[in-house]
Structures are given as C-alpha cells and as structure tokens.
Design a protein around this ligand. Structure first.
Ligand code: NAD
Length: 324
C-alpha cells in the first residue's frame, strides 16, 4: 500500500480487524480500507458514519462482509477491487485439485518421516476427468481455460452463460443437479449472496458422484461445513480442498502457533488426510497484491478528484440483484 500511495495520503495501518469494538480507531479519517475478515455490517457502518468516515475501499473482490445498502443509505461510498488477478485464484484452485488427486501434501508429510514408499500415494489423472465449475465469471472462466489444457471435460453452472467458453473450451452449461451427478470434481467460483449461502448442502451432495472432489476458493458459507464433514466421513465426498471457511474470522490471517484453536469443526477438518486446508491465501500472489494496492489507490484518487469511480459498488450490486 505504501508503494502504491507514493506519499500522497497520510495512511495509518492497523493489524486489528474492523468491528464495533475497534471502529473508534477510524476517528479522524475520512476514508478507510478494509479486507475480507473485517466486519462492515450495518451497525459498524452507522458507527463509522457517526465518526466521519465517508469512503470505504475494500482490498478484495468479494464484498459480502459489507452492508452496501446501509452505506448507500448514509451516502458512504464503497468500492472494491473487482479484478486484481483472477489467475491467482484459478491457478490455486487447480493446484488444490492436483495436490489432492496426487496426494502431494500427504507425500511430503510421509517423506519427512523417512517413509519413501508409494503404497498410500497412488492418485489419479486430471486428464479426461469431468470437472464442474460453479460460477464462470472472471475466476471460473480462467479455471475452465486451465482445465481445458489438462484435457478435462468441463461442465458449468451459472445464472448466465458465457458463449466464448462453450466455443473455446467445449464447456457444457447445465443445471446444478445435472452438473453434480455428472462430474468427478467440483470447483466453486460464485460470490456469496442470499442465493449461494449453503448452496452445497446435504441435498446437493447426495446428488453428486460418490467420492467427488470439492474445491472451495470462493467463500466459506457457500458450503455447509457440517454437511461436508458428514459426507467426508461416509466417503460420499472423497476429497475437499478449502481455501475459505465459514468461521474463518479470527483464525485465518492470524499466527496461532502454540495456541489452542477452540473451533472443533476446523479441528475435525484439519485431522482428515483427504482435506486440504489453506488460510484464504489463493489471492496472495505478488502480482495480485500489487494490483490490489494500485486499484485501491486509484479508487481513493477518483473520489479525491470527485471523478466517477468505476469500481463503486451500488451500480454493480444492482446488476447482480437483477440478474438473480
Ligand atoms: P465474478 O463476478 O466475475 O463471477 C461470479 C460468477 O458467479 C458470475 O458469472 C455470476 O453470474 C455467477 N453467479 C452469481 N450468483 C450466482 C448464483 N446464484 N448461481 C450461479 N452462478 C452465480 O466473480 P469472480 O471474480 O470470478 O470471483 C468469484 C468469487 O471468488 C468472489 O465473489 C469472491 O467471493 C471469491 N474470491 C475469493 C478469493 C480468495 O482469495 N479465496 C479471491 C478473490 C475472489
């Protein structure tokens, strides 16, 4: 952020996350920048307004943690970074698939204990596998391009169809149930909204092929984690790759070495060898971080010059609501 700022604004950095208890720290600032773990719910936005904050720039693409309606009502402007590097997340999602299908993390753990056998390490190819992409926007469409290179057969579910993906990568759009009953691997790339909350639940999982692999690099609450665990235990789900977790707030992004994690659900997931957990890191490439900082500063610059900020959220949020 400091490099992108080039000394233009006076920036104060804090490692505390935004919530009702920390909101007072924004006193004296007209603008703040937040991230996915921050709480910008209606009451926090009200408190921010009362101490003079008028601009919020989130350094993320997703904005499910921000009550945009409340911000609009109070005249607080909100902008995000819609496209900082969809490649970072798409590459990571495919990386998770390969890691799980070829048991790379398991192999690494084994060899560190001087066990160099292959008995537990036989995996499967991605070539010729059927992969279902839920959400073929910026990230999902790049995931399709990468998987096409691997020789996968790609199925997709989205509220709108991308004809280019059908043409270039042979993507077959279908309804969600058909996708689930057809594919070997499912990767999620929708935003979290009222339609996608707990989209992946017992009922949907029941319609999937036994032993399916599910990858979630989108948002934790799109899957019902308890249902995921039950189905991992029965073998209905064979592999689960999660870069996001519905209760990640206060855990992901923190160094809790030698501290007890009180979240029993997360502990159960961490103990399963066919579950790969990463701490919301799929965006964290050098390229993405630079783009995030530059775009966030561009958002502030537009507001500073009273120019239209193309990343301001109300307009695009309305588009999403209409589309659904
Ligand atoms: P995008 O807006 O370009 O694409 C989202 C796609 O989902 C769109 O094609 C849209 O039509 C579709 N969609 C929306 N609601 C739907 C529904 N109810 N059913 C089916 N499809 C629906 O967004 P993107 O840039 O591809 O990002 C997708 C999500 O990935 C973000 O919203 C964010 O939550 C998440 N993300 C995670 C990370 C990370 O670090 N883990 C980083 C960036 C983004």
């Amino acid at each position: 952020m400091s490099a992108a700022n080039t000394n233009k604004y006076c920036i104060e950095l804090s490692s505390d996350s935004l919530n009702l208890q920390t909101v007072h720290m924004a006193k004296g600032f007209i603008a703040i920048s937040i991230f996915t773990g921050d709480d910008a719910s209606a009451e926090v936005i009200q408190a921010l307004y009362e101490i003079g904050v008028r601009y919020i720039a989130t350094r993320a693409a997703g904005f499910d943690n921000i009550d945009i309606d409340k911000a609009n009502e109070l005249g607080i402007k909100v902008a995000n970074v819609p496209e900082y590097s969809p490649h970072a997340i798409a590459e990571f999602a495919v990386g998770m698939m390969i890691n799980l299908s070829r048991k790379i993390t398991m192999a690494d753990k084994q060899v560190h204990q001087n066990n160099f056998t292959l008995d537990n390490l036989v995996g499967f190819n991605l070539h010729n596998k059927k992969v279902g992409i839920i959400g073929t926007g910026r990230i999902g469409s790049i995931t399709a391009k990468i998987l096409h290179g691997f020789g996968c057969r790609i199925f997709a579910y989205d509220v709108k169809h991308d004809a280019g993906l059908e043409l270039k990568y042979g993507v077959t759009y279908t309804d969600l149930q058909t996708l689930c009953s057809t594919v070997d691997i499912i990767t999620i790339h929708t935003p979290l909204n009222e339609k996608t909350k707990y989209l992946v639940n017992n009922d949907l999982i029941k319609s999937m092929k036994k032993g399916v692999m599910i990858i979630n690099t989108a948002r934790g609450p799109i899957v019902n984690t308890k249902h995921i665990i039950t189905n991992l235990q029965t073998g209905q789900i064979g592999f689960y790759g999660m870069d996001v977790y519905e209760k990640e707030k206060g855990i992901f992004f923190y160094d809790l070495t030698n501290k007890d994690i009180k979240d029993e659900t997360l502990k159960e997931l961490l103990a399963m060898p066919n579950v790969l957990v990463t701490p919301h890191q799929s965006f964290a490439s050098a390229e993405a971080l630079k783009n995030i900082a530059d775009t966030t500063m561009d958002n502030f610059n537009c507001w500073d010059k009273d120019e239209t900020c193309k990343n301001e959220l109300p307009h695009r949020l309305n588009e999403v609501k209409e589309m659904n």
